[in-house]
Design a protein around this ligand. Structure first.
Ligand SMILES: [Zn+2]
Length: 380
């Protein structure tokens, strides 16, 4: 850990995160429990950005900036590198420092880190317990609203006769959000619940899609403060995990898209006969952490120190990521490339492939086409 040789890192990590928020001029955040939530300093909005004051973890649900400490927050908001962030937080590196003072700062920073790790671990355990409780209350998808919702999304019973055991439902499920420090139920209604499994096969998170109780049973319209908010929520620990929509016995190919609907569309098109089809929940999960290259966050180069990123199971010999139509195709592609390169590095012999579902191209034609190069931003 060469970074620890710079005493400014210890100084930075001992700074209260609220102080850093103020110095960065991040405005409009509201205190809700142990968090500050509000507009993203990079992409705006209303409540898409949050910082946990105990763990220092921050995340924007739209542009994807995230990190876990003071230095990372400065890096992301000011778009500077690690050294630039330290310089901004603590000034010039001191020429020399008293070893006793260095030791004191080291202990202080280690203690602060330990407390943050413990807090994160407590939240993670609680989130997993919540997810398992939701899952235990859900019923098989074939008995309820799942069929209606899938039909509304064009996945009809003739195409998809047997609903996956990964898809269940709850008839009157509360949509709970933290508002002003307290949990508030913003909506209650039928909800499709998808189980997110750890590599070991344990339910560790649920993906919830609230469904409109009225025909044609599309996504529910949920509003908060006059704004329509996402009808989908994940509860639990999704990192490294997936929704196993279809597991084909003996298959050697895994097809993965971010969302449930896209993954099912590929499945019902029988895009790759004999393949298994999993949903990766979100692109950040499929791609894992990336190395910053020339200041670029979405470099397409996996950060192999990310031990929690998704890695396909050992039976996978061919991993196909489906790239959805997206407002930022370059960033999307970089995330997928990062995930494939990680998988290929950790599973020697594995073949990785990205297929693009957009531009009106039939998925089946694309999937049967030649293997694309694995360069971020490569032209489709
Ligand atoms: Zn943002």
């Amino acid at each position: 850990m060469a970074g620890y040789e710079d005493p400014r890192l210890l100084q930075a990590k001992a700074m209260p995160i609220v102080e850093v928020i103020d110095r960065l001029g991040i405005a409009g955040l509201r205190a809700t429990g142990g968090e500050r939530v509000g507009p993203c300093p990079l992409c705006g909005g209303r409540d898409r950005f949050g910082i946990n004051l105990r763990t220092n973890a921050f995340l924007c649900r739209r542009c994807g900036i995230k990190g876990g400490d003071q230095v990372a927050l400065v890096q992301e908001v000011l778009s500077v590198d690690f050294r630039g962030a330290l310089q901004w937080l603590c000034g010039d590196a001191p020429a020399s420092i008293d070893p006793k003072e260095l030791e004191r700062r080291r202990r202080k920073a280690a203690e602060a880190e330990r407390r943050q790790r413990e807090a994160s671990e407590r939240y993670r355990r609680q989130a997993i317990a919540d997810a398992q409780s939701i899952w235990s209350r859900s019923r098989p998808g074939a008995e309820g609203v799942v069929r209606a919702y899938l039909m509304a999304r064009g996945i009809t019973p003739d195409l998809y006769p047997n609903i996956s055991p990964a898809l269940r439902f709850i008839a009157a499920h509360p949509y709970v959000k933290k508002v002003g420090g307290a949990l508030e139920t913003l909506h209650r209604g039928p909800c499709m619940v998808a189980g997110i499994l750890s590599p070991g096969g344990e339910i560790v998170a649920v993906h919830q899609t609230w469904v409109d109780a009225e025909p044609p049973h599309g996504k529910a319209r949920i509003t908060w403060g006059g704004e329509t908010i996402s009808a989908k929520l994940v509860r639990g620990s999704k990192k490294g995990n997936a929704i196993r929509l279809h597991v084909e016995p003996g298959s050697r190919t895994l097809v993965m898209a971010e969302g449930i609907e896209t993954t099912l569309s590929a499945l019902v098109a029988d895009a790759v006969p004999g393949a298994s089809y999993w949903a990766g929940v979100d692109l950040g999960n499929m791609g894992g952490k990336q190395e910053r290259v020339d200041g670029t966050r979405n470099s397409g180069v996996p950060d192999m120190s990310d031990g929690e990123a998704f890695v396909p199971p050992p039976w996978v010999e061919r991993l196909i990521f489906i790239q959805d139509g997206d407002s930022d195709p370059r960033a999307t592609r970089a995330k997928l490339v990062s995930g494939l390169k990680r998988a290929m590095a950790l599973r020697p012999g594995l073949k990785g492939q990205i297929v693009h579902a957009g531009h009106g191209v039939d998925l089946n034609d694309v999937l049967n086409g030649a293997c694309k190069g694995l360069e971020p931003g490569a032209d489709d």
